[in-house]
Design a binder for this molecule. Structure first.
Ligand SMILES: NC(=O)c1ccc[n+]([C@@H]2O[C@H](COP(=O)([O-])OP(=O)(O)OC[C@H]3O[C@@H](n4cnc5c(N)ncnc54)[C@H](OP(=O)(O)O)[C@@H]3O)[C@@H](O)[C@H]2O)c1
Length: 252
């Protein structure tokens, strides 16, 4: 079978990294993206015995950098069959009246505009070829709103809307578009949200069994390995202990 090539944003950590490992185990060629070059290099070294790997280090907020990076791909990686729009984070957890404008900018610029820039750099070649698969990583925060989640929830509601819009606009080109909306996954997500307050971050996942990044990676691999006529369009994935953004059964 011809090998597919996947570009994964946010491959230096969490869900993106676990997806890269899962894809590599299945022989999918990888374009690993993120800002932290040393982590990209380490992952490339780890996965190179399993598959072809290249890396692109850029900030998704910087549209020129995003376009230049994707444009710079060597021929052997220039046909991108699968795009995993995963890069993103929450920044802060404050009520709307005291929230930081810098945090709001970061979330809108990375989670929404960054996803659009990367998509715009890749989709035209998919429409030309009339094939491709785009998976957008949303969140339960894109399906509901929770206290102090305001702008993060808004950014993920935007991802939910963009996911649906992509599916409509790309329908005539036979491109698959789907989203995974995870609940609580133990990654570096809360360390970023709480700006390095690791104790507060660790507490988010205490007292219950959260999702692991590998759980989401497994589902993403399931989505991309279905026969081409099957498109898993919109998946909400929760740890069993979680019923909604605010209802989590904890043992303490
Ligand atoms: N963890 C959860 O509970 C959870 C729940 C629902 C949805 N999600 C979503 O899942 C996705 C992955 O998050 P995660 O949980 O795996 O968190 P994570 O471990 O913090 O990983 C975030 C990834 O995004 C990349 N990234 C962040 N800002 C970037 C930027 N400006 N430019 C390029 N890359 C950037 C990071 O790479 P660099 O820092 O190297 O650039 C990192 O690889 C996000 O979209 C998040 O919103 C997470």
């Amino acid at each position: 079978m011809e090998k597919k090539t996947a570009l994964i944003t946010g491959a230096t950590s969490g869900i993106g990294k676990a997806t890269a490992i899962q894809f590599a185990k299945n022989g999918i060629h990888l374009i690993l993206c993120g800002r932290r070059q040393e982590r990209l290099d380490a992952l490339k070294n780890e996965l190179s015995p399993l598959t072809e790997v290249t890396t692109l280090s850029f900030d998704v907020r910087d549209k020129e950098a995003a376009f230049n990076a994707i444009e710079s791909l060597p021929n052997s990686f220039s046909t991108i069959d699968i795009l995993i729009n995963n890069a993103g984070n929450a920044h802060g957890l404050d009520p709307i009246q005291t929230g930081s404008i810098d945090d709001w900018d970061a979330m809108i610029d990375i989670n929404v505009k960054g996803l659009l820039y990367v998509s715009k750099a890749i989709i035209p070649k998919m429409t030309e070829r009339k094939s491709g698969h785009i998976i957008n990583i949303g969140s339960t925060a894109g399906k509901e709103v929770y206290p102090n989640g305001n702008v993060y929830c808004a950014s993920k509601h935007a991802v939910d809307a963009i996911n649906k819009a992509m599916r409509i606009d790309l329908n005539e080109y036979g491109i698959r578009v789907g989203a995974v909306h995870p609940g609580l996954v133990e990654t570096e997500f809360s360390n970023v949200r709480f700006k390095g307050d690791d104790e507060r971050a660790d507490n988010v996942y205490k007292g219950f069994d959260p999702l692991r990044p590998e759980d989401i990676a497994d589902i993403i691999h399931f989505m991309i390995s279905r026969p081409y006529h099957v498109n898993l369009a919109d998946l909400i994935v929760l740890p069993t202990a979680q019923a909604s953004s605010t209802i989590v059964k904890k043992t303490f």
